[in-house]
Design a protein around this ligand. Structure first.
Ligand SMILES: *Cc1c(COP(=O)(O)O)cnc(C)c1O
Length: 371
């Protein structure tokens, strides 16, 4: 056995995205105690910066010490009580994962399906709410990474609230890549990830809960079945102003990385980050369309940071991706589920969303296809 030295890749898949060197070096700084006053000070800054990233004043805004799926689970285990009816809108892989979460918390799942590659239909959601007046929660994915479709969070939340439901929104891929306004759009609970448009290392999941959601958590009749993800306990550790109580050992160095990535987001400005993702998408789109390659998702519904394109007729999916990886150290994503072998998923997330990457990818793909 020897030290592991990973190859230097360019990451243009569905995540993780390229991590900025500033973030990697932040991670290599000395580990200190997780109750050290200096560490606690940094935790408070992480919370403040996350509030900015989510555009929220929610006090309960913090990173869960585990990847995006744990943020998802945090929302469902805290908000769903056994017997609660939850409407889950499914237009890709991650809506399907939400359904799994509802069922495992003892909730009753009502599925509302939309075709993969399309957005969540507000009309179908409203019809499901009318048909299920006892529904308590509506859950959907903002940025469906399995297809590249961007759903209308504001409208879907408005409809859910009209029928007195709480909303759980997955914005793992949305955060920092496309507009996301938790307070203005009235999102009750949201979770994200660090390894997509924040360009940080994988392993943390920023979440935010508003008062309405916390009210439901406080008034539960049953204990949250996950000790680790129980917000009542986690908040004792991440709470503002209160004396920190030991809950679990925070992933100290991973939090240095998140802090640095959020400082970088603040330096650039959220609006500028959204604009950069849109501009890089436009360049990629022009280049791909010039090669005759078509997109899965309608132009107006597209995520700039996740581009699903149809694999040209007669082209060997796996061979092209292997050649890109082996010859160019360039990673793109494969299709999932029914789209496996039919689409490629090209990520332009965070630090990966830059002109040199777009040009590099287009020329590498051209070279491989010509061969
Ligand atoms: C990546 C992703 C997740 C899961 O995040 P992990 O960090 O892989 O656990 C959940 N939802 C969406 C939309 C994602 O893109």
């Amino acid at each position: 056995m020897q030290s592991f030295n990973p190859p230097i890749r360019t990451l243009m898949g569905p995540g993780p995205s390229d991590v900025h060197p500033r973030i990697l070096s932040a991670m290599a700084r000395p580990t200190i105690g997780h109750l050290d006053p200096e560490f606690v000070r940094m935790m408070d800054e992480v919370k403040t910066l996350l509030k900015y990233a989510f555009q929220t004043e929610n006090e309960m805004t913090m990173p869960v010490s585990a990847p995006g799926s744990a943020g998802m689970e945090t929302c469902f285990v805290n908000l769903v009580e056994p017997g609660d009816k939850v409407i889950v809108c499914i237009n890709g892989v991650f809506g399907g994962r939400m359904k799994e979460n509802v069922e495992r918390t003892g909730g009753v799942c009502v599925e509302v399906h939309d075709d993969w590659g399309t957005v969540v239909s507000p009309e179908k959601l409203e019809a499901a709410l009318i048909a299920n007046p006892d529904a308590k929660i509506v859950a959907f994915v903002h940025a469906e990474t399995s297809t590249g479709a961007c759903s209308d969070v504001k409208t879907l939340c408005e409809i859910a609230h009209k029928y007195n439901c709480l909303t759980i929104v997955d914005s793992v891929t949305g955060l920092a890549g496309v507009p996301l306004k938790i307070d203005e759009w009235n999102v009750d609970a949201v979770y994200s990830g660090t390894q997509k448009c924040l360009s940080c290392t994988p392993g943390l999941s920023p979440v935010s809960f508003n008062e309405r959601a916390l009210e439901k958590v406080r008034n539960r009749k049953t204990k949250v079945q996950s000790w680790f993800l129980d917000l009542n306990l986690v908040m004792g550790y991440w709470g503002q102003g209160v004396k920190r109580a030991y809950h679990h050992t925070a992933p100290v160095n991973a939090l240095y990385a998140l802090h640095e990535s959020l400082v970088m987001l603040k330096e650039e400005g959220l609006e500028n980050s959204w604009a950069r993702h849109a501009a890089m998408h436009a360049k990629l789109r022009d280049g791909l369309e010039a090669m005759g390659i078509k997109f899965l998702v309608n132009e107006n519904d597209r995520l700039p940071q996740l581009n699903s394109v149809w694999i040209p007729e007669g082209v060997d999916d796996a061979a092209v991706r292997a050649e890109l990886l082996n010859t160019y150290n360039l990673e793109i994503g494969a299709g999932l589920g029914a789209l496996a072998g039919k689409v490629w998923r090209i990520g332009l997330m965070g630090f990966s969303a830059k002109e040199e990457n777009v040009l590099f990818f287009l020329s590498a793909l051209k070279a491989v296809l010509n061969k």
